[in-house]
Design a protein. Structure first.
Length: 79
């Protein structure tokens, strides 16, 4: 599965994500990409500071660890 991290974070229902276990592999892959391609990833930092690499990567790490710790957890988003 190709995963758009934006969709996983804010619109999981659009990609039929309902359980944390469904996010483990794709989040791990995206996290690896972010770490291996920091210069490229930083090109997408928001100029207003609301979305920056140095805060996003640790957030993805915590999200991934929570999914691993609770694979049967239901994924829900409040927008």
């Amino acid at each position: 599965m190709s995963l758009d991290v934006y969709q996983a974070r804010w619109r999981p229902e659009e990609i039929e994500i309902t359980k944390a276990a469904q996010l483990i592999e794709p989040l791990g892959n995206r996290l690896a990409w972010l770490k291996e391609n920091e210069v490229e990833a930083r090109k997408h930092d928001a100029p207003n500071g609301w979305g920056r690499y140095e805060s996003f990567v640790p957030w993805i790490e915590r999200y991934l660890e929570a999914c691993k710790a609770h694979p049967e957890a239901t994924i829900e988003v409040s927008r």
